[in-house]
Design a protein around this ligand. Structure first.
Ligand code: MSP
Length: 517
């Protein structure tokens, strides 16, 4: 079976990682963990995007050479991913030799095939977005200035006039349209497809792919003074990390086997870089005669308390602060429970606290405490061998697995959590309805079967939440007397015969609102 290959964007290192970066990386981690649990071989790639005018400027401000600056900044990402329990298999930096040598070889090859040619660029450039804009795209405003057309940026543009190389993007419009139409799964979620179709239908212009006035980048070996445009450089990380050998490059047996990894199954990206991944990147792959990734999935953006996150507003959320207050798993849960994966959402202290208390502390945590406590109290902590009975509740809950799986397979992460929480609520209802504490007095002979069935069901929940909340899943399972080895753990087919149940500290202790500063 082909390895499931998924990637996050390579994050710019000009600022510290925040909740937005954590969002994409956790989404990839949830998917990677889920696929591994289902027995699939997975390769999960993340990393950092370290070249370009913006990084050059930030390093200069910090009084460091760009590479020293990059070393420190990349480390911050690595540390955060460790703290958030991210299980990436590879972390690529665009300054690494394995990436640089491939970008250079690809460039030389495309110069030879004519897909890249020399010319002059005159137009506008946004250093913050590392994006070229034309006069028409960025008209002069009423204050006589040209601003970045990206509504989230709006910074002043610089006028560039320099010798550069162009990639013949204009050659690929029809081929791209044909691909989008023939592979509806390529543009995900499907509501984002139209924007890309319209953009390509309007006609593509050739893309400037070298800079001669920037020095912090990958030099083109045959053209002194030219460094590769940062996007043309960074996008290639996906093939470089997979062990792609451009024409003429010998295979290094220590590197991954490209044929096992490529094409990627999914590139996860934020909506603002969708075009780079669905237009420029596939055209580059076509120029190299490589197959295109199976899908590019763009998610939405987080605002914070209703406002765009920005350093100048001082409202950038550091994931570490949230984890310190609520725990890593609560953050991993909240981000995917709050809105459908693909849409925009707002991060607010209020809604976090509300969801934490009602869904994690109460619905799930309290259910586990009540159940483990009752098994300890009424059955001495040990379940019997399967009591005779039909187990309709277990049948009902276990039958929810295909719905969880279908949602996970489609990256409908919120939908998966909705199904899991429907199961959790169903179990709580059953406890409230059956009132085991009354049965203990009136018909104790019914207790073993009732508790046995509830434990069985809660074990299923513990497996389903594992990709989202890996630590809590392990802690839950320890209390429920097992350790799931996979999504289809054999212990689930049978019930929890003879399981030793042990109540431990609350999974999600209730929280109160922090004092207003
Ligand atoms: N370096 C480029 C990507 C190159 S990929 C070959 C880049 N880097 S970035 O640091 O700006 O990261 C952008 C990504 O971070 C977004 O696409 C998204 O995945 C994530 N997010 C950053 N801020 C975000 C929000 N406010 N909300 C959600 N995700 C956001 O672009």
């Amino acid at each position: 079976m082909k390895t499931y290959y998924l990637t996050t964007p390579l994050y710019y290192i000009n600022a510290a990682p925040h909740i937005g970066h954590a969002y994409t990386t956790i989404a990839a981690d949830i998917t990677a963990r889920y696929r591994r649990m289902r027995g699939q071989e997975v390769r999960f790639l993340t990393g950092t995007d370290e070249h370009g005018a913006k990084i050059e400027a930030v390093a200069k401000e910090a009084g460091q050479d760009p590479k020293t600056y990059a070393d420190g900044a990349a480390e911050k990402f690595r540390e955060l991913w460790k703290d958030l329990g991210i299980t990436h298999d590879d972390f690529i930096r665009t300054t690494e030799p394995r990436h640089v040598k491939r970008v250079q070889a690809v460039f030389e090859h495309l110069l030879k095939t004519g897909a890249i040619y020399k010319g002059m660029y005159k137009g506008y450039y946004c250093k913050s977005d590392e994006t070229y804009w034309t006069e028409t795209e960025a008209p002069v405003n009423d204050k006589g200035r040209r601003l970045c057309p990206n509504s989230d940026c709006r910074r002043p543009l610089e006028l560039l006039e320099e010798e550069c190389c162009f990639f013949k993007l204009s050659d690929y419009g029809d081929k791209l349209l044909e691909h989008y139409r023939g592979h509806p799964e390529f543009l995900q979620p499907s509501h984002r497809a139209n924007e890309i179709l319209r953009f390509v239908e309007e006609g593509l212009k050739d893309l400037a792919v070298t800079r001669t006035k920037v020095s912090w980048g990958i030099p083109v070996p045959s053209l002194p003074g030219h460094v590769v445009y940062v996007w043309f450089d960074a996008l290639q990380n996906y093939t470089a990390a997979a062990g792609y050998n451009p024409p003429g490059m010998a295979k290094d047996p220590k590197e991954p086997d490209f044929s096992k990894l490529w094409p990627a199954d999914v590139h996860l990206v934020g909506k603002e870089i969708y075009r780079f991944h669905t237009v420029i990147w596939p055209a580059m792959l076509m120029a190299l005669d490589l197959p295109l990734p199976k899908s590019v999935f763009a998610h939405g953006w987080w605002t914070v308390e209703g406002a765009k996150m920005s350093k100048s507003k001082g409202n950038v959320v550091d994931p570490r602060d949230v984890c310190a207050q609520y725990g890593t798993d609560a953050l991993r849960y909240f981000l995917f429970r709050e809105m459908p994966f693909g849409n925009d959402g707002d991060f607010s202290q209020d809604s976090f606290l509300r969801r934490y208390n009602s869904e994690l502390a109460n619905d799930l945590g309290n259910l586990l405490s009540r159940l483990t406590q009752m098994v300890e109290k009424y059955l001495g902590g040990r379940l019997p061998q399967k009591p005779a009975g039909d187990y309709p509740l277990a049948k009902e809950v276990l039958a929810m697995a295909p719905a969880v799986e279908a949602a996970m397979d489609r990256l409908a992460l919120q939908e998966a959590l909705n199904v899991i929480w429907a199961a959790v609520r169903r179990l709580n209802e059953q406890v409230d309805k059956e009132k085991p504490w009354e049965k203990a007095k009136n018909s104790p002979e019914l207790l073993p079967g009732l508790l046995y069935e509830l434990v069985w069901c809660l074990r299923a929940v513990s497996i389903w939440i594992a990709p989202f909340m890996p630590d809590s899943a392990v802690r839950m399972q320890a209390q429920l007397g097992f350790a799931a080895s996979s999504w289809d753990d054999p212990a689930m087919r049978q019930g929890p015969d003879h399981a030793q149940i042990k109540k431990e500290a609350a999974l999600f202790p209730r929280k109160t609102a922090p004092a207003v500063k």
